[in-house]
Ligand binder design. Structure first.
Ligand code: ZN
Length: 376
């Protein structure tokens, strides 16, 4: 069995699939999963390949694995030690785009399920929720899968997202939440004029400055457990014509907010608008990503216990990093944990993973699946 996981990973890497392409990965997965009792439902949308693979279980409860078959572009090919879509294993290292993020992890989950099915052990219902639009806009990817599951009353009881959560060893870190992102464009309105005649003008930069100072000083309160404080950064500011004798009639600025789950979008918008009360300004708010957090409890304990049984590691329950597709599942009320390979070369030229890591992660996934009934 030990050869199967690297074999699957190699075959996934060889199916070139830069976002939003799937490259035939999900068809290949169907060929692996169908003999194990999985039924594939396609939820394609907007040129994105999305699949739900479901295996009805012998135990109550549904455990899902969520992941993506798309990969980021390669960058300069000549800089790769091995061709990025060749899937070469050399000295026990698997090279290729997607090795860590996250075709390697998909291979581990399939290998884990395959071994458990061969043992004919009773299992919970298993789902694989797979998209080819994670690294891009994420408009027609996991969110469409979640909509389908909601419509069909088939949301899982918990989900493991296979993103590369680990730092130096597989299982040393899981992610149980992510900060949310709000981006704001603000246009302050004044009246352009000659700098020698300020009475006839209204300086938009002067309007903006005190408001921006108040926005930068907003107290976002105590962060949710395990999260860093909300960060509100004014990232761009522009106004004026370039001439020193023209009072600017308009000033534009961009604000980037990374918030923890103690804050929410409505509260953030209200705080920003209040800081600008009485000022002529137009705001546009973009809620780019919703914050989520899976509280400590049986699901996270199960994952950390499995990691400990397999590796002996005490796992850090982290909330760092940018956004992930876990937010769509969390928004539907599903407990989410991200557990995958190490992330030392993700999105880099020369992405690679140690084959030993694939075996370790396969063993962890197996242990989680076999113990899942405890929490369901
Ligand atoms: Zn990824």
């Amino acid at each position: 069995m030990s050869e199967i996981v690297s074999d699957i990973a190699v075959k996934l890497i060889r199916r070139e699939s830069v976002t939003p392409a799937d490259g035939g990965c999900q068809d290949y997965m169907e060929r692996l999963l169908a003999p194990l009792g999985f039924v594939r439902t396609r939820v394609d949308a907007g040129g994105v390949t999305n699949s739900i693979y479901t295996r009805a279980g012998e135990f109550p409860g549904t455990l899902a694995y969520a992941g993506h078959t798309d990969v980021v572009p390669t960058g300069p090919l000549e800089a790769w030690p091995q061709p990025p879509f060749a899937g070469v294993i050399e000295q026990n290292i698997l090279h290729g785009r997607g090795a860590q993020d996250m075709k390697g992890s998909i291979a581990c989950w399939i290998a884990a399920v395959a071994e458990l099915c061969q043992r004919a052990e009773p299992l919970p219902t298993l789902q694989m929720l797979i998209t080819s639009d994670e690294e891009g806009e994420s408009i027609d990817g996991t969110i469409r899968l979640v909509e389908y599951l909601q419509q069909h009353n088939a949301l899982p009881d918990a989900v493991i997202v296979g993103e590369p959560s680990s730092h130096t060893r597989v299982g040393d870190t899981i992610r149980r939440g992510r900060r949310g992102v709000v981006q704001v464009r603000a246009v302050f309105h004044g009246k352009q004029g000659h700098s020698a005649y300020p009475r006839d003008a209204d300086n938009a930069i002067h309007r903006a400055a005190p408001v921006l100072a108040r926005i930068a000083a907003i107290d976002w309160g105590v962060p949710a457990d395990g999260f860093p404080p909300t960060s509100c950064q004014i990232t761009n500011l522009s106004g004026g014509t370039g001439a020193s004798n023209v009072i600017p009639g308009q000033c534009e600025c961009f604000i980037d907010i990374r918030y923890n789950p103690a804050n929410d979008f409505d509260a953030i918008r209200t705080a920003i608008e209040q800081a600008a009360a009485g000022t002529s300004v137009s705001f546009s708010f973009d809620h780019v990503a919703t914050a989520f957090s899976t509280p400590d409890g049986p699901f996270l304990d199960l994952i950390c216990d499995s990691i400990h049984r397999v590796t002996g590691l005490d796992t850090i329950r982290d909330t760092g990093g940018g956004t992930s597709d876990g937010r769509f599942l969390a928004a539907a009320g599903v407990p989410v944990a991200e557990l995958g390979l190490t992330n030392s070369t993700i999105h880099q030229v020369g992405e690679c993973v140690a084959v030993d890591e694939l075996h370790t992660l396969t063993d962890i996934y197996k242990d989680i699946i076999t113990h899942f009934e405890v929490t369901s």
